[in-house]
Ligand binder design. Structure first.
Ligand SMILES: Nc1ncnc2c1ncn2[C@@H]1O[C@H](COP(=O)(O)OP(=O)(O)OP(=O)(O)O)[C@@H](O)[C@H]1O
Length: 460
């Protein structure tokens, strides 16, 4: 097979229905020459019978046929083969028929007599649209895979409360502020809100405010004109415009610099955005969903977050609980996350009792994201099921600590405490607030203990 042929999209299968004998013959002959296969029908009823029997990519149908007209054939085709692209042909064009065709989502409209070149051009466009739809489906699949399943797993009391809040606020157009620790599922909640809203068929555009370089935030959010700044070689549509009609998810809103907070507030209040370098404003209709793991009230006190912006975004708050606060969901979440990698095995045989006990006894400072990573690690290491404790990451949980205690011989309680502290700091790559969180003490207590140990060491 030549390379060219390999790249060619598969030919379309066309259903042609028209009562004109000449046209039937013409299409029977010419459509295969254009590279398409065709089934020719002399009337509407025969066309419907063909639709029941075979699947087609495109329906080319005359409007006026004896027995069943073209609009009814399209209607039936929509029921039987929803993916089909329909093109209407008529010798007597009128506004009513054009409107009826559009109402049935016909792709286009051909007036008879039509030239073969017009038919070829139109079928080329139908084919292109088909390819674009396929690409879109493939991209959506990839996106779903990258984002994971958007189902909110967990049936404990706390997740039930979150779900109730989502179902109440979703259908309104209120701004929502989602709060919770890092990795606890805030983005998933934002998606659930959007999916249950009246904007569900429009885009949800996620923006990680913490990941955008400060000098690019404004152009990312509001767009820019060509030449607006050095390097702006082409105009760019901002994410607010992309989200028009849908929702924007401003993740890590607490990371937004003060100057941008002021600009964002203006946009939220008026709905008008101005591209960088443009004098005109554009009106957008966007629902705002924000998330943060930061204490915004404290930031307001410290002067690093605008109070007026906080009031604008927190009309409605959803608090997503940390994983350690809802251990009742841990087993079902662990199974759900393992199913992202494995489809074999019965649900109740996915983890050994020992492995599950270790998962249950961990404090999960990184929440569900940490659990997802631990499980991915285990799924890669273990070909068979159940997942055993030894497949969990080496530094994981208390296993390592237990082993060190066993290997170290007699030990003072104080030393045991220091060992737990050292391990927690090591596990969290030196991040003391995360280590304190994992140990279940305040950061201040952790520092006090470290200082006391240091003083003791210095004193010999
Ligand atoms: N209730 C849940 N059910 C199923 N999967 C979940 C749940 N909560 C979180 N996850 C999964 O955990 C991972 C992290 O979730 P998500 O990105 O929503 O967290 P986040 O709070 O937005 O994180 P960050 O604070 O870092 O932005 C994702 O893979 C997500 O699918």
């Amino acid at each position: 097979m030549s390379k060219n042929k390999q790249n060619k999209p598969p030919a379309m299968h066309i259903l042609f229905a028209d009562d004109e004998k000449n046209l039937q013959e013409l299409m029977r002959q010419e459509l295969p020459r254009m590279g398409y296969s065709v089934t020719v029908c002399p009337d509407g009823l025969t066309a419907v019978a063909a639709l029941e029997r075979e699947s087609f990519d495109c329906l080319l149908v005359d409007l006026d046929m004896p027995g069943m007209n073209g609009i009814d054939v399209i209607g039936k085709a929509r029921e039987l083969r929803p993916e089909i692209e329909a093109v209407v042909m008529t010798g007597k064009p009128s506004q009513e028929t054009a409107i009826a065709a559009l109402r049935h989502q016909a792709f286009d409209y051909l007036t008879k007599p039509c030239r073969l070149a017009d038919v070829a051009g139109l079928l080329g466009r139908v084919n292109e649209r088909r390819q674009n739809k396929k690409q879109l489906t493939a991209l959506n699949l990839r996106l779903r895979h990258a984002e994971g399943d958007s189902k909110l797993v967990g049936s404990g009391k706390m997740m039930d409360a979150v779900r109730t809040l989502i179902s109440k606020v979703a259908p309104t157009d209120s701004s929502v502020l989602i709060r919770g620790e890092t990795g606890c599922g805030k983005e998933l909640v934002a998606r659930a809100i959007h999916d249950a809203s009246l904007r569900a068929d429009k885009p949800l555009v996620p923006v990680n405010c913490g990941a955008l370089p400060e000098n690019l935030i404004e152009s990312e959010l509001f767009g820019h004109c060509r030449g607006a700044f050095t390097g702006a070689d082409v105009a760019r549509t901002g994410l607010f415009e992309v989200a028009d009609g849908g929702s924007i998810f401003l993740d890590e809103i607490g990371e937004l610099p003060l100057q941008m907070q002021a600009k964002l507030l203006r946009v939220l209040e008026t709905g008008d955005i101005r591209r960088l370098g443009d004098n005109q404003t554009v009106h957008v209709d966007v629902r705002i969903v924000c998330a943060t793991h930061r204490d915004l009230e404290k930031m307001v006190e410290e002067g690093t977050f605008r109070e007026d912006l906080m009031f604008r975004i927190n009309t409605f708050e959803v608090h997503v609980p940390a994983l350690r606060e809802r251990t009742e969901d841990l087993a079902v979440l662990a199974r759900h996350l393992l199913r992202r990698h494995r489809t074999d095995g019965a649900d109740d045989k996915l983890f050994s009792a020992d492995a599950m006990e270790q998962l249950m006894s961990h404090r999960w400072p990184g929440n569900v994201r940490e659990l997802a990573n631990v499980i991915e690690h285990a799924a890669i290491l273990n070909d068979s099921l159940p997942i055993e404790a030894e497949h969990l990451p080496r530094h994981f949980g208390k296993r390592q600590l237990r082993k060190e205690i066993r290997d170290s011989g007699p030990m003072k309680l104080r030393d045991l405490e220091m060992l737990a502290i050292d391990k927690a700091i090591e596990r969290n790559d030196g991040n003391k607030p995360a280590a304190a969180e994992e140990l279940g003490v305040s950061l201040k207590t952790l520092y006090n203990k470290l200082n006391a140990a240091e003083e003791k060491r210095a004193a010999g």
